[in-house]
Design a protein. Structure first.
Lengths: 241, 241
DNA sequence: GCTAGAAATTGATCTCGATCAAATCTTCGA
DNA sequence: TCGAAGATTTGATCGAGATCAATTTCTAGC
């Protein structure tokens, strides 16, 4: 596996799941195209790294690029209630630069391949490369837009609209160029519990809304996880805008 | 009024409410201390600029620093439902660098003093100053943390917890060094409708929860807007964490 | 394929917050 | 100070989604 030597720095060696070895520094940096190519050629594409990807401590002390899979960002209340506050897909950058009081933990939603590197590596790289800081700013602003879109969903949409919004979100991730009248089929990257935690609902309510959409002929559901959206434009009319 | 000449650039003149004149380029840049000093000495501190501060078009084409007051960021659905997705206080930077599809509009929640400047000015400044991009990244990450905190509130907290969380948010803005046992009094910067739109509730529910907190002796309410928190630590027990 | 355990669906009921309605309080101009 | 309009509170009722419970479906290991 080929690495960009120019961005490697001498730091603590970290397990890089992309190249199947411990190595020093950044592997692939933030070049989206190259990361996707890495993911496509990786023999570890289906690597199982378990449900717990990184905990609070690690996400503060280290960073990673997601090469393959879906990572969920979670916030919880002391009594156990949980809310998924973000989904990150390849080739997103994972981690929170600079200090923060806000505790967010990250978990793999699917099998995930990632390239990890220590905190100081990134911070050293930022100093030599304004371009890197610009990339981080652009991703942060995109995530901020996404978070605010989802705040509207959580604060003002009803259960059916939330589930429809979720299906559209995933469909648009699977096919960013999705057209309104095009049929699209995909496997949901999350369980009903995860979907409920993302939508601020219970699993029963999520299930009932999916049934409603299925009975109305907007979607087909096979084996729980497999979804066919017959008409994205029609689904959008259920999403509340 | 004194301006930092070094950051001025020759651009379209824009009305700057801080210095009460149209001028070219940036007034005060992003230096937080200087902006606060400006706000404190401004003769226009109580300037009434009406409810509508900047609309979608303007927020995409221009930027501003908030010198005084509270600005709310709003997202709406086609049928009129609204959600406040962020509050910005002095000396926050207002505006969304680079393009975005996400439509957020900004409105003044209180009287506001701000210093505005055109889009190209900022983008030109970024090119000459990595420090500026770093400031923007830090603010974007802070706003992202705040947005995710609020997603947990919107998705998983009940009405009483939401109202308690809101009061704590405002109290901590009024006094960032607030201690758990310290009595704090302040005027709410928002109407009941605005609070409801921030919390994903109705005005009636907000009112009932405030009454509940008042009857329980956690807060005092005078003339609707004036709040006394008798014991922030006790209020926190109502906020769900 | 068979089976056990987990995940998802479906049903019955309850509850919190929305909705509709009316009564107060507050503000502000005349 | 008075009065009107708007803001807020309070009351009564309703309904969407939560909760509790029982099946059914799916998955993985044998």
């Amino acid at each position: 596996m080929n690495h960009r030597q120019d961005v490697h720095t001498s730091e603590v060696p970290v397990l890089c799941v992309a190249c199947e070895a411990r190595h020093r520094g950044v592997c692939g940096a933030l070049d989206a195209d190259q990361l996707m190519a890495l993911a496509k050629t990786s023999t570890k594409k289906r690597l199982e790294i378990g449900a717990e990807l990184v905990g609070d401590a690690e996400i503060i002390d280290g960073y990673a690029n997601i090469l393959f899979g879906v990572v969920k960002l979670i916030k919880g209340l002391p009594d156990g209630r949980e809310q998924i506050v973000g989904l990150q897909f390849a080739p997103d950058f994972l981690g929170r630069p600079f200090q923060t009081e806000s505790a967010v933990s990250a978990q793999a939603a699917t099998n995930v391949v990632l390239c990890s590197f220590p905190k100081r590596t990134l911070e050293a790289l930022i100093k030599q490369s304004p371009q890197l800081e610009h990339s981080l700013l652009k991703q942060a602003l995109r995530e901020l837009d996404e978070a605010r879109d989802w705040m509207l969903t959580l604060g003002r949409k009803n259960a059916l609209e939330r589930v429809a919004s979720y299906l559209l979100l995933i469909a648009n991730y699977i096919d960013p160029a999705l057209r309104p009248q095009e049929v699209i089929a995909f496997d949901l990257p999350m369980s009903r519990l995860e979907i409920a935690d993302f939508l601020g609902l219970t699993i029963e309510t999520v299930s009932r809304q999916l049934t409603k959409l299925r009975v109305d002929g907007v979607i087909q559901v096979r084996q729980s996880r497999h979804i066919v959206v017959n008409n994205p434009a029609r689904l959008k009319t259920f999403s509340g805008g």
